[in-house]
Design a protein around this ligand. Structure first.
Ligand SMILES: Nc1nc2c(ncn2[C@@H]2O[C@H](COP(=O)(O)OP(=O)(O)O)[C@@H](O)[C@H]2O)c(=O)[nH]1
Ligand SMILES: [Mg+2]
Length: 438
């Protein structure tokens, strides 16, 4: 039997749209969470006056998350269909924790956008549509080509399983998708109720008009993502964990190449090498972590403290990753920034699961986005919709790569006050010399 292809999914969308509830209820229906656990959540959440969050608690595991009724962390669970092995990442929608959402989305193959078309319950700084737009921008900037849109809460009083509300929502979201370069025809839209578990795995009688797939069917119908297996290894770390009896485990994604037991890995930030003791993929020991997989690596001789700052590992003998002290990027300004994007601008730049403080050293040229034709040399600032070639200098050396070599480490995103200011790709990097301490 050939092994099933692996796909990672990130739930994304505004706070309270029902991401955690959908994810939790889906796992319950797939019997990945037993009813006893749900009954326990039901009882305790009821006592806390948060009974509507019983399914969300499958993913919202911490005390702070449960008391506040919001997702803060980014939690991953797995499940299988007959074609694929999925990793399902639940992300926070609350604007205070959007950094965690960005990091999770950066490791996803497919984004699951959850939208709530029912009436808004409290005043917000931005409209729901603006939040949806931000998430679509984030996933596009990270090169996520596939998306599934779930129109949630069909059971709510103001929705009442209405086809017209579904179609209206679909039309609005499709317009945004198109604006940011997605082909709306390739994005399935599915009406669901995360709370009642309707149309997640099984169809519901209430939705007689719905002839399309359920959420799970849509996932099973996805095309397997293409993987860059033959390129040397880059492993992006989400978090280090200390597991009793095993030792230090780094959890992350095999972005390119593959990782093997016994392989010597190198961290440019620590300037150290480690040997892979064992690899775990959703609680199962494996010999190889294939390209695209989310795995835990148990490493020999890792300094626990230093690991927090490490985001990328590569093979010690094959295209070893190096520290970067400066990089050139082709960026597009997606939003006007009150301070404007000019030389000296000091943004935090997201690259894969990491973010770094950088300084804009130089605006080389303003260009025409599609043709790269130079419109202006050395402009003093950039405004909304401008594209440009720029040079950034990180405050401290970082790990990054040219987009055409390692796409996952060559995409950058600048976000300020929860608004995406710029997005782009790295076209050139200035590397530091290779150093090895141990
Ligand atoms: N009526 C109804 N309420 C829902 C549905 N899905 C989620 N909710 C409620 O919406 C609130 C927020 O849900 P949660 O899953 O925490 O949203 P998240 O912030 O996107 O993760 C909770 O009170 C849920 O019970 C649904 O399909 N129907
Ligand atoms: Mg949540």
């Amino acid at each position: 039997m050939t092994e099933k292809k692996f796909i990672s999914l990130a739930m994304m969308g505004n706070v309270d749209s029902g991401k955690s509830t959908i994810a939790g209820n889906l796992l319950r229906q797939l019997k990945k969470v037993d009813n006893k656990t749900i009954l326990r959540y039901e009882k305790i959440s009821y006592e806390m006056g948060k009974s509507s969050f019983k399914y969300a608690w499958v993913f919202d595991q911490s005390k702070a998350e449960r008391e506040r009724g919001i997702t803060i962390n980014w939690t991953t669970r797995d499940f299988e269909t007959d074609r694929f092995h999925f990793a399902l990442m639940d992300t926070p929608g609350h604007h205070c924790f959007v950094k965690n959402a960005i990091r999770a989305i950066s490791q996803a193959d497919v984004a699951i956008l959850v939208v709530d078309p029912t009436t808004q319950r409290f005043p917000r700084r931005y409209t729901d549509q603006e939040y949806n737009e931000e998430y679509i921008k984030i996933s596009k900037s990270f090169g996520i080509e596939k998306m599934v849109v779930l129109v949630n809460k069909i059971d709510e009083k103001s929705f009442k399983y209405s086809e017209s509300i579904f179609l209206k929502t679909k039309k609005e979201i499709r317009r945004i998708l198109k604006e940011y370069g997605y082909n709306p025809k390739r994005v399935p839209f599915i009406p669901v109720s995360g709370w009642k578990g309707e149309n997640l795995i099984e169809k519901t009688e209430q939705l007689g008009w719905w002839k399309g797939p359920t959420f799970l069917e849509a996932l099973n119908n996805l095309k397997a993502p293409s993987r860059k297996t033959i390129i040397p290894l880059r492993f992006t770390i989400r978090k280090p964990e200390r597991i009793s009896g095993i030792g230090t485990v780094v959890v992350g994604k095999v972005e390119t190449g593959q990782v093997r037991v016994g392989q010597k890995l190198y961290s440019p930030i620590l300037e150290q090498q480690f040997v892979v003791n064992s690899i775990e993929k959703f609680h199962q020991k494996v010999q190889v972590g294939e390209c695209g997989a989310l795995v835990g690596l148990n490493l020999r001789n890792v300094p626990w403290r230093g690991l927090r700052k490490v985001f990328v590992l590569g093979d010690l003998y094959d295209d070893i990753p190096r520290k970067i002290i400066q990089f050139t990027a082709k960026i597009t300004v997606l939003n006007t920034n009150p301070k404007r994007v000019k030389v000296g601008y000091n943004p935090i730049i997201h690259i894969s699961t990491a973010h770094h403080l950088c300084r804009l050293e130089k605006i080389v040229a303003k260009i025409e986005k599609s043709t790269n034709e130079v419109l202006e040399q050395n402009p003093s600032f950039l405004k909304k919709n401008d594209s440009a070639i720029v040079i950034f200098k990180p405050l401290r050396p970082i790990c990054a790569e040219c987009f055409h070599q390692h796409p996952a480490l060559g995409r950058i995103l600048i976000q300020e006050h929860n608004i995406i200011v710029c997005a782009g790709i790295i076209t050139d990097v200035q590397k530091m010399d290779f150093l090895l301490k141990n």
